[in-house]
Design a protein around this ligand. Structure first.
Ligand code: FAS
Ligand code: PHB
Length: 391
């Protein structure tokens, strides 16, 4: 097989890149190891920055998102039993975020690629990258017992944290920066009315909680839990009881409980691979970086990488220019590290650290109290939450 761009991974990054390139007349082939149903069934992100929503429109896969997504102009931050709403729109000149599940957007992206005859090959095995230092890189894989090969001009590694692409960057070149957090999140999805119209971030004596949603009838909740916990440790009853305890008193009454549709325990980690480009290989999304989900940046970072990469590849084919290609890694990493900074800061602000001293706890509460009373502090939080401007 021959194409212009070989893409590994059919998650949001790989599908969005394939769609944006197609609209510029650039061919791609996407290789995915799971089934389409498996990819679509993964419940992950829920909050999209305005820049991500704009990119979805540009990719002609944002119609349902615009119809069904929930515009949120603020969120509540709770500590010491009190609720403080931060008005994102007032602090950022009218910017907001859109609540729209990653599963829904993945469905829209899959439909858009299928409608335009995109080549997405599911259930492939043993994808391998070859000759990424040459101008004729190759991908090989196995499917239904048969060996396959794709020659292309460039490879986009969009295969997530556990993919193979990152490892194609040789060790002396590749630098990894990582930090593991001493706690995890247990997440629950339920067809129950959300406890509030907007998200609630809670710093409670017994740990962080987050009240989010996917629609007016589907809720998404998270509780901080010990790293060693597993889903089996968290019955629905235990989850609802603990969530209710951590809610501010005036919200407890309105908590609607019900059977979980899905439960996960996910550890929190920060990770960055530098550079995000080596030869004819570009990394985008979770293949290059992971942020703790506290700041809702993971999916949005994947979208911003793809924005830069699609612009760079378009510049190569349309203007025969390598300027944006050569700048890709540095441009992405400036945005990635700012998102890492915000996610790390918000995680530190909202979680209970097992080894925190009483002094640390007082500092945390003092910073929360400062944010609750300072328009400058609220503006800093809001401008990061809604998404920093693109370069
Ligand atoms: P993805 O991991 O989504 O997609 C990579 C694709 O590559 C997958 O489909 C995988 O099957 C495929 N692949 C992997 N190896 C392959 C191989 N060798 N060959 C072929 N295909 C291969 N972000 C938020 O903003 N908010 C959240 O609340 C949030 N919650 C999360 C919860 C969990 C449990 C996880 C794991 C992530 C969460 N994220 C969250 C982050 C998440 O949304 C990612 O940022 C987003 O999925 C990134 O998209 P991709 O880069 O496309 O990677
Ligand atoms: C979610 O709805 O899954 C979500 C929302 C905001 C976050 C993290 C996760 O900060």
């Amino acid at each position: 097989m021959r194409t212009q761009i070989g893409i590994v991974g059919a998650g949001p990054a790989g599908l969005l890149l394939s769609q944006l390139l197609h609209l510029q007349g650039i061919e791609s082939v996407v290789l995915e190891r799971q089934t389409a149903a498996h990819v679509q069934g993964r419940v992950r992100a829920g909050v999209l920055e305005g820049g991500t929503v704009e990119l979805a429109k540009l990719a002609q896969c944002g119609d349902r998102m615009a119809r069904e997504g929930l515009v949120h102009e603020g969120a509540d931050f709770c500590f010491g039993g009190a609720r403080h709403r931060i008005d994102f729109a007032a602090r950022t000149g009218g910017k907001s975020v859109l609540v729209y599940g990653q599963t829904e957007w993945t469905r829209d992206l899959m439909a858009a690629r299928a409608a335009r005859g995109g080549t997405v090959i599911y259930e492939v095995e043993d994808v391998a990258l070859h000759d990424i230092d040459s101008d004729a890189p190759r991908l090989t894989w196995r499917k239904d017992g048969e060996e396959h090969e794709l020659t292309c001009d460039f490879i986009a590694g969009c295969d997530g944290f556990h993919g193979v692409s990152r490892n194609a960057i040789p060790d002396p070149v590749q630098r990894r920066f990582e930090k593991a957090f001493p706690f995890a999140w247990v997440g629950l999805l339920s067809d129950t009315k959300p406890v509030s119209d907007e998200l609630i971030y809670i710093n409670h004596e017994d740990g962080f909680s987050l009240c989010s949603m996917r629609s007016a009838t589907r809720s998404r909740y998270y509780l901080q839990c010990p790293l060693q916990d597993s889903v089996g440790d968290w019955s629905d009853d235990r989850f609802w009881t603990e969530l209710s305890r951590r809610l501010p008193e005036d919200r407890r009454e309105g908590l609607e409980t019900g059977p979980s549709l899905e439960k996960i325990v996910t550890p929190l980690r920060s990770f960055v691979c530098e550079p995000m480009r080596h030869g004819r290989l570009f990394l985008a999304g979770d293949a290059a970086h992971i942020v703790p989900p506290t700041g809702a940046k993971g999916l949005n970072l994947a979208a911003s990488d793809v924005r830069y990469l699609s612009q760079a590849l378009t510049g190569f084919y349309r203007d025969n220019s390598t300027d944006l290609i050569d700048a890709y890694s540095a441009t992405c990493l400036r945005r990635v590290w700012k998102a890492q900074r915000f996610s790390h800061w918000l995680t530190g602000l909202m979680h209970r650290y097992p080894d925190a001293s009483d002094f640390d706890r007082r500092l945390q509460l003092a910073e929360l109290d400062y944010i609750a009373r300072s328009s400058a502090a609220q503006t800093a939080l809001a401008e990061n939450y809604v998404g920093l401007p693109f370069e």
